[in-house]
Write a protein that binds this ligand. Structure first.
Ligand SMILES: Cc1ncc(C[n+]2csc(CCOP(=O)(O)OP(=O)(O)O)c2C)c(N)n1
Ligand SMILES: [Mg+2]
Length: 718
């Protein structure tokens, strides 16, 4: 920038400048103006149908530019929402990078043409890839801030994380902080409150910036937020530094943000800055605010526009003269023109790229590398004991592992452990782990499933290996958005530069005699329907050891389904197979060989199928049973092999009959192996209803051995 210092700063009071020198003021103005011009250019391109969506940072530039001066690029961690364009520019994101995303270019560094514009994600700047969901970022930022503290105490974990795939992006500095931003509307999401609770309880170095433009699309803030002020509402949170500022004034914003940043850097706890900003360009280009904002309101906003206000102030105070402003602006205009020209000429992503980065390209959990011989020893363990034993061995090997959820610790009050045995999970699957590995590695969380998963995502994104427990499958639903829209998608939407290989251990299933509606649910197909997620469901203790270890050593998010009814059965116990025993994903196990009918199954139905097969054998009927073990990916070769052998096939699963997991398997067999079939594919599954408490009803609702034998007879009679 060829600007000369012709005018001294003397006119503006030094205290009002909060230590900002002339260069800093110019940087702020330049960034604000550049941000606005990029929005303007995108709007123009959208109108010309050269880009496909636009959402602006207009009106938010002052506070975000000021914040950008205070955060340290590549040191602090950012969960930045779509109106943070000026902040991103200040930290070093290039205008070209932004426009490459707008045009959906192959070289869009945030997503490779997969996400809408303004969905930032740049690993070299620690800007974590953001989805379009309002509010999910809050709890992920909590996890990232927990990683900050964890790495400080566990240098070995940091070293291990750096050696893992994408370890080049793993960084930790002793005084780093985590920044998360959102609009006023997003603070109504439960995750905002869950995150505040966790951040204050953990005294986390987490800085919130709430950019309050008075509206969430068309909903005004007083309808959104009780009393109309989020900072007033949040005041009861202990240890939370709260401050409010005029976010259209960069100098005031700078001062307020500076104190908040410092509070977090000094490890005094989380801070929240509530900045009042404007939104002059409607919510997005798909919205017209004239439909719900009065002309007076819009005029009032125009008077508060941060760009015009700040340029006036700079001239009035003698920091710039009009010519210098004009020179700077025309230089920025040229920069935007050049970037737009380059972006418009950029290559588009190829069709071949669509499937890239759904899963890890670095570790293939289906590969032969995960085939191992068990070194069996010791007394037989139940499935639940095997979970604890496997977790324990893996935790000894890998300091990156944290274990958390509801009731998973032995006792949150560590001093009590001298007097009590400890809880270790409602099923005891994590028993003894806190005692062995300490409360910073094994801990209880508040009862808040979205934040359990969100925190796992945040930690995993920063290189840790979180193993979170959802206490019962029936209660996974508050976490559904974190799973479906975040956990599964992070790698794909960032085109492979971010990942979150967290493990969710989820006790599932019925046959509990009294489990009723809310402790008996199945529903695995809802999650096998999520690309990016691995879903496994062992039916034996030996497979628990092998598959859980593979889950931990893989590089993808895994849903590890543990059938509660199988946890303590005598028939599926095993001796411990040793600390390196793994079972590859996507490899079925032939439980019983047979020749006349195949039963393809998994989970609690495996044993029921075995009992049925033994009965049928006495009648002279030979049944082959295939335990899939891994539901996504699944072993199509094993399925095809057994179908080609017996030509009659039953898919047995515990979930409801319609739309269940077996429907997909049956459909694919019908599609690809039709010529092999001597009878239609049959399904044995639960009734299309809920699971009742009364055991006699439960027996009828869930699939039983008798249903399997009946289906075998039927299919043989066809
Ligand atoms: C979970 C979720 N619900 C709804 C939407 C649709 N949506 C996108 S932005 C938005 C309003 C957000 O308002 P606010 O948080 O105030 O941010 P602003 O856009 O005003 O900066 C809505 C409802 C979404 N993206 N995510
Ligand atoms: Mg808003």
């Amino acid at each position: 920038m060829a600007l000369q210092t012709r005018v001294k700063l003397a006119k503006l009071d030094a205290p009002k400048l909060h230590g900002l020198d002339r260069d800093a003021l110019i940087r702020i103005y330049r960034t604000m103006y550049l941000s606005r011009r990029l929005d303007d250019r995108e709007i123009q391109l959208k109108r010309q149908n050269k880009i496909f969506f636009q959402i602006s940072g207009a009106g938010h530039e002052a506070v975000t530019a000021a914040m950008g001066l205070l955060l340290r690029p590549g040191t602090d961690w950012l969960y930045s929402y779509y109106r943070d364009r000026a902040l991103c520019l200040m930290l070093g994101v290039k205008p070209l990078d932004m426009l490459l995303q707008a045009v959906g270019a192959k070289d869009d560094p945030s997503s490779g043409g997969r996400q809408m514009p303004s969905h930032w994600g740049l690993p070299h700047l620690n800007i974590v890839n953001k989805s379009s969901c309002t509010g999910t970022q809050f709890v992920q930022a909590v996890g990232a801030a927990e990683a900050t503290l964890y790495y400080g105490d566990h240098p070995k974990a940091l070293a291990q994380a750096k050696k893992a795939p994408l370890g080049q992006h793993v960084r930790h500095e002793p005084d780093e902080i985590v920044y998360v931003s959102a609009g006023d509307g997003a603070t109504s999401e439960g995750e905002f409150w869950e995150s505040l609770n966790a951040a204050c309880a953990g005294k986390l170095p987490l800085l919130y910036l709430i950019e309050d433009n008075g509206y969430a699309i068309s909903v005004p803030v007083e309808v959104q937020t009780a009393g109309g002020s989020i900072s007033k509402l949040a005041r009861g949170f202990p240890g939370l530094h709260i401050a409010e500022c005029d976010g259209t004034d960069p100098l005031e914003s700078y001062a307020i943000c500076k104190a908040a940043v410092q509070y977090c850097r000094e490890r005094r706890g989380p801070a929240l800055v509530h900045a009042h900003v404007t939104r002059p360009y409607s919510h997005s280009l798909s919205d017209d605010e004239k439909l719900y904002k009065t002309p007076e309101e819009r005029e009032d906003e125009a008077h508060r526009d941060p760009i015009s206000k700040f340029s006036l102030l700079l001239v009035r105070e003698g920091i710039f003269d009009q010519k210098e402003i004009e020179a700077l602006e025309s230089e920025v205009d040229q920069e935007v023109r050049n970037a737009a020209d380059e972006a418009l000429a950029a290559e588009e992503p190829t069709i071949d790229s669509i499937r890239v980065n759904i899963y890890s390209p670095d570790i293939d959990p289906t590969s032969a590398a995960f085939e191992a011989q068990p070194q069996l020893h010791g007394a037989p363990k139940t499935m639940v004991e095997m979970v604890a034993a496997t977790l324990s061995d893996e935790m000894a090997r890998d300091d990156r592992i944290t274990v958390f959820g509801e009731d998973v610790a032995d006792a949150s009050r560590e001093e009590s452990l001298k007097q009590v045995k400890g809880k270790g999970g409602v099923f005891k699957a994590t028993s003894g782990l806190q005692r062995k590995y300490g409360h910073d590695r094994v801990f209880n969380t508040p009862l808040a499933e979205a934040s359990i998963v969100g925190r796992a995502i945040g930690m995993a994104t920063r290189g840790l290996k979180p193993i979170a427990e959802i206490q019962f499958f029936d209660y996974i639903w508050p976490a559904m958005m974190q799973i479906r829209d975040e956990l599964c998608v992070m790698r794909w939407r960032s085109n492979g530069v971010f990942k979150c290989p967290a493990i969710l251990r989820v006790p599932i299933g019925g046959y509990l005699t009294g489990g009723a509606i809310y402790h008996s649910q199945s529903g695995e197909s809802i999650f096998t329907h999520c690309p990016g997620l691995r879903v496994v469901m062992p039916s034996t203790a030996l497979d628990v050891a092998g598959l859980l270890r593979t889950a931990i050593r893989s590089d993808d998010p895994v849903m590890f389904l543990e059938h509660k009814h199988l946890y303590r059965q005598p028939y599926n116990r095993s001796e411990y197979p040793g600390p390196d025993y793994t079972v590859p994903f996507g490899k079925a196990r032939v439980v019983t060989e047979g020749t006349e009918v195949s039963i393809i199954t998994y989970g609690a139905l495996v044993h029921r199928a075995e009992v049925a097969a033994a009965q049928l054998l006495r009648e002279g009927i030979s049944v082959e049973i295939v335990d899939l073990r891994s539901l996504s990916p699944y072993d199509w070769e094993a399925i095809a092999k057994t179908v080609r052998k017996t030509h009659r096939v039953i898919v047995a699963y515990e979930d409801m009959f319609s739309w269940g997991y077996g429907a997909e398997i049956a459909a694919r067999i019908a599609d690809e192996l039709f010529e092999e079939l001597d009878a239609p594919v049959k399904r044995v599954a639960a009734m299309d209803t809920f699971c009742a408490y009364q055991p006699k009803l439960e027996d009828v609702i869930l699939p039983q051995t008798s249903h399997i034998t009946a289906a075998v007879h039927q299919i043989l009679e066809y």
